[in-house]
Design a protein around this ligand. Structure first.
Ligand code: SF4
Length: 397
């Protein structure tokens, strides 16, 4: 904006105008105006260079309440705001000018005041089993990976919640790649909206890079956007947050969300678990299981334990017996997963027979259990393998 073309601002920003008049007599009005114009143009360019206009906020990641708050007191109908937010998340209309059933003035304001906030993957790899892994780089240099898993008309997206991770689990490639920041709710939702796939996403799992409950504010906000009617309207029963266990934020997640929770156990013995999951030192799994046992569950909400089975490490009769003792009187389900080797690793997954035996023994002892297959191991997209392809990094295009 250029100040000083008329009246009051001229007097303020041209302090030398009056002395000019007295020193050299009557200066023509038009000359003063030209001087003012030049002065203001210099000022304008200086401001543009050193105080650039504020960057527009990203629309992706905003809740309905936040958009309503943005337009408060401006006479915009709530119904039109709901339509704009729903069009963006649920109908996939990310160009504000193409949104239906909202007035032109709101489309123009949305375009002027927001950018959509969507970032496409810079690199994608496809697995022989149909799943695909996608690398996103965000403006501030953080990165994340998401895995798209199509299956029988379903589409699951495994999202990252952090760029790297600070939990330091020694077996995990994400943990080894360091930590460069939390992802915002918008960056988490961006992964769901921007992964290519044959079907609309109807399941989301927080099992990518990072510990979701180390970033609870943004993860809870992302869950709200995923599950709300104005958002992606995915059932909370189809959203699972996976954690190695941070007791205070597990409690908060259970209270503030209806989504499922799964605890990565690795071993039912604290001393063994500590060696694989450093978080065990501060937040023992036994305490977390106790909290999950006592939490009053709403219908169909699922609390589970992920048990990655490693041959000769955590698949003995002793482990099985302890698992049964720990979980028998709870409604917690056990998901048995095959271990995936990481480079330089001497460990092997448990044989399928051992996994089937664990399942049988758990179920016959009253513990709900299933054997899960992992997808995308050939592109390092399986549990514990994300971030393996991040270095060295090459960009597309
Ligand atoms: S296993 Fe999960 S919590 Fe542990 S370092 Fe890897 S990403 Fe982080």
């Amino acid at each position: 904006m250029i100040f000083g073309f008329t009246g009051h601002p001229i007097k303020i920003i041209i302090p030398f105008a009056a002395p000019l008049q007295t020193k050299i007599g009557k200066v023509p009005e038009y000359l003063i105006r030209i001087i003012i114009l030049l002065y203001n143009l210099v000022l304008y360019n200086f401001n543009q260079k050193f105080n650039p206009p504020m960057k527009k906020p990203a629309f992706c990641g905003m809740t309905l309440k936040e958009v309503e708050y943005h337009f408060r007191g401006r006479g915009v109908k709530q119904d039109h705001i709901i339509k704009a937010v729903t069009s963006f998340y649920r109908k996939g209309v990310h160009d504000f000018s193409l949104m239906s059933y909202i007035p032109k003035s709101l489309k123009r304001d949305l375009e002027n005041e927001f950018w959509p906030g969507l970032t496409l993957p810079v690199r994608s790899e496809e697995s022989v089993d149909g799943s695909s892994k996608h690398l996103f780089i965000f403006e501030e240099g953080t990165m994340s990976e998401a895995v798209a898993i199509p299956d029988d008309g379903r589409m699951t997206v495994c999202v990252s919640s952090q760029s790297g991770c600070r939990m330091g689990c020694p077996f995990c490639l994400t943990g080894r790649s360091g930590f460069s920041g939390n992802l915002s709710a918008g960056q988490i939702i961006n992964q769901v909206l921007s992964v290519p796939g044959p079907n609309k996403t109807d399941h989301v799992v927080f099992m990518g890079m990072g510990e979701p409950l180390d970033n609870p504010d943004e993860v809870l906000k992302a869950c709200e956007i995923l599950t709300s009617g104005w958002g992606l309207a995915i059932s909370p029963r189809n959203i699972t947050v996976s954690t190695v266990g941070i007791t205070p934020t597990i409690k908060r997640f259970l209270d503030e969300s209806d989504c499922n929770l799964t605890l990565s156990l690795y071993s039912p013995f604290a001393d063994e678990r500590k060696a694989v999951v450093p978080a065990e030192k501060n937040y023992p799994a036994e305490e977390i299981v106790e909290m999950m046992r006592n939490f009053p569950l709403k219908r169909k909400r699922r609390l589970s334990v992920a048990y990655v089975m490693i041959n000769g490490i955590n698949d003995s009769a002793r482990h099985l017996e302890r698992l049964i003792t720990l979980l028998r009187t709870t409604s917690i389900r056990v998901n048995l997963l095959p271990y995936h080797k990481v480079p330089g690793d001497i460990n092997e997954p448990s044989p399928p027979d051992t996994m089937a035996y664990f399942k049988h023994a758990l179920v016959t002892s009253g513990v709900s259990a299933s054997v899960r297959r992992s997808r995308g191991a050939d592109i390092s997209a399986a549990c514990g393998l994300l971030a393996s392809g991040l270095r060295p990094l090459t960009f597309n295009g």
